[in-house]
Design a protein around this ligand. Structure first.
Ligand code: AHR
Length: 633
């Protein structure tokens, strides 16, 4: 195939084209990128999940752990605590937590621990990281002098540095104390027991380093949060309440979540903003717009309340200290306002069917949010949660959001789909993935259990098509982006993980999204193709801000390798270029097995030089993705 990349023409690319989307699905927040090691750390309960001792065991087994709703709880957000009592017997007693299916314990690493305790106790607590099984092996422990008193809650903080690596992640954090030092026989009450390993960029209450690095490697330019379905909740009462995710952890009640497990909301609004800051990515803030997953939505009068609620959320993040909510943020220790350029109104509001309470012209939910933000924050780019592809007609200054979850063929078929977008119906691709194999039942069948090579190549082809139109497609991201190997709802993922950091692996799609995300086109260039057709070689070309030209290519549905003769008209004969090619095995269904830790994606780097005619020649096999970047011109 002869390709010719023209020196001019094309369009300016959105500055935030490749990004990330995060919600707590697949234990990607708690037990995922949120670095907290203690599960059920504060005995939170929610509408769906009653308070429990999940994750906790007594030390020794004869010790009583009892959940109590004390008259003086740690906070109104955390009404329950656990009473630890040895029934008047002498000796060391306490409680242990088994983490999110274990805990990684590394020698010479600083673990920052804390717990609240209530009850008069003279003596010391012992915090230990130890194995969970049989004869407990202690990898490190620290004595914490008690400051605990009879009639109040006292926080104890400590640093624990293990002296040995644990051989596996089947470990616990144990906190014990000497029953003889407790006044009376009543035992002690504990709450908010927390333990963090070192976090990404050293943030307090921050992110797990290996997972945060895996996403930083994708070079994301935006972070869309907090969902996704997590934003919406199953019922009208269970949406993500931003105002309950801010401030000290003791003031966060936790929530139902949406994905079959409760969430601590330790990863709250500010933690998301800090993540975006550390990625140098633009936040795309999703605000609750009154739709629940069960199809119920707020009435017109109720919607006004949520519009104000969203404005307050925006002011909390962006207002200066002279504003009521900006002052609240400052009081929490964040005086500097953030800048938010993108606000998305709801999530997948097409779920309510059509006609819907969300229509831009015939209903009230979208118009109320739109009018309120336009009046107060006209500089913000508003994003509607459906797009033109969902039949949504938005005002011209609004961007839609399209979530194509498709078969590989479905994604490839949509290579051209965004060509017809106009400036009046721009869109974000706020979620996408290959979710079902070709030839199956698509959405009437189950989700695929893993990303697979053919699906990942198809994602690349869909992205190349949209990147050609990146003046109207403002960005694209994969979802869901992480999954914990112990519990997940969707098999689709970029990164798969467990407590043991050695189990962190990257899916076939992570390799593809990384290659595309790391080569940033700032302006597309027109490409002509000799045979006049796209299939089986798909491509996009453009210039980068480094004065190089980038051509991204992928092959799908070819029985033979595709010879490519690529002439970039702006480069002279003798110009050098680097070609990075991703290929997979012959089996299109091959996966990066998270348990076997296989990687089926092969990355090859080749140096090329433009020949006499100024063309680069190479060949790409079936199911491959490649990026060619010239040297600086
Ligand atoms: O990514 C998983 C879910 O898919 C998201 O929560 C939702 O927005 C979409 O339907």
């Amino acid at each position: 195939v002869d390709l010719a990349v023209k020196p001019t023409g094309g369009n300016k690319t959105s500055p935030i084209f490749y990004g990330l989307m995060h919600e707590d699905i697949n234990n990607s927040g708690d037990g995922g990128i949120y670095a907290e090691l203690i599960r059920n750390r504060a005995f939170q309960s929610s509408l769906k999940y009653p308070v429990s001792l999940d994750g906790w065991t007594p030390i020794p087994a004869t010790t009583t752990l009892e959940l109590k709703k004390l008259a003086s709880p740690l906070s109104s957000a955390l009404p329950y605590s656990v009473s630890v009592s040895g029934g008047g017997k002498a000796g060391k007693i306490g409680l242990a937590n088994s983490g999110f299916w274990g805990m990684d314990v590394k020698a010479a690493t600083r673990y920052a621990g804390s717990f609240y305790v209530r009850g008069a106790y003279k003596g010391a607590f012992t915090a230990s990281l130890q194995s969970a099984l049989g004869e407990k092996e202690v990898f490190g422990s620290v004595e914490v002098q008690s400051k605990s008193v009879a009639d109040g809650w006292t926080q104890h903080e400590y640093v624990l540095v293990p002296v040995k690596n644990a051989p596996n992640s089947n470990n616990t954090l144990a906190i014990t104390f000497d029953a003889a030092g407790v006044e009376g026989t009543g035992g002690l009450d504990f709450n908010l027991v927390s333990l963090f390993p070192p976090t990404w960029k050293g943030r307090k209450n921050g992110l797990r380093v290996d997972l945060a690095e895996a996403f930083a490697a994708l070079n994301p330019k935006f972070l869309r949060f907090p969902g996704g379905n997590m934003l919406m909740g199953h019922t009208l009462g269970t949406f993500w309440r931003w105002n309950e995710t801010i401030g000290p952890l003791k003031d966060r009640p936790g929530s139902d979540g949406t994905w079959e497990y409760p969430i601590s909301t330790g990863m709250g609004l500010i933690e998301y903003m800090e993540w975006a800051d550390d990625l140098k990515a633009e936040p795309i803030l999703g605000v609750y717009a009154g739709l629940a997953l069960d199809g119920n939505y707020t009435s017109e009068a109720e919607t006004d309340h949520f519009v104000q609620w969203a404005l307050d959320e925006f002011e909390f993040l962006t207002g200066d200290v002279s504003t009521p909510w900006g002052a609240k943020r400052a009081a929490l220790g964040y005086p500097k306002p953030w800048t938010i350029k993108y606000v998305e109104i709801g999530n997948e509001d097409w779920l309510a069917g059509r006609p819907t309470s969300y229509d831009a012209y015939k209903a009230y939910r979208f118009p109320k949010f739109y009018n309120a933000f336009k009046a107060k924050h006209p500089q913000v780019q508003l994003i509607a949660s459906p797009s033109v592809y969902d039949g949504f007609v938005a005002p011209a200054d609004v961007v839609g959001d399209w979530h194509p979850y498709l078969t590989p063929d479905g994604l490839v078929d949509r290579f051209n789909r965004t060509d017809r977008l106009t400036q009046a119906n721009r869109t974000l691709i706020g979620e996408t993935a290959a979710t079902h194999p070709n030839g199956g039942l698509a959405w009437d069948g189950p989700l695929a259990s893993n990303p697979w090579w053919q699906g990942s190549v198809a994602e690349a082809i869909f992205l190349l098509g949209t990147e050609r139109n990146a003046d109207r497609v403002i960005g694209a991201c994969y979802a869901p982006q992480m999954r914990n190997l112990n519990r997940w709802q969707w098999g689709m993922t970029l990164v798969q993980h467990a407590a043991d950091t050695a189990l962190t692996t990257y899916s076939t799609s992570w390799h593809v999204w990384k290659l595309l995300g790391q080569h940033v086109i700032t302006k597309t260039l027109p490409v002509t193709v000799s045979n006049g057709k796209i299939n089986p070689l798909y491509f996009v070309a453009g210039d980068s801000e480094h004065d190089t030209t980038i051509v991204k290519l992928a092959v799908y549905n070819s029985t033979t390798p595709v010879p490519v003769n690529l002439k970039i008209e702006s480069v002279e004969a003798g110009t050098a270029a680097t070609l990075i090619t991703l290929t997979g095995p012959a089996d299109p269904y091959a996966i990066n097995d998270p348990f076997l830790r296989t990687n089926v994606v092969k990355e090859t780097t080749t140096k090329l030089v433009a020949g006499e005619d100024g063309a680069f020649t190479f060949s790409l096999p079936q199911l491959s993705v490649a990026v060619l970047e010239t040297e600086k011109k």
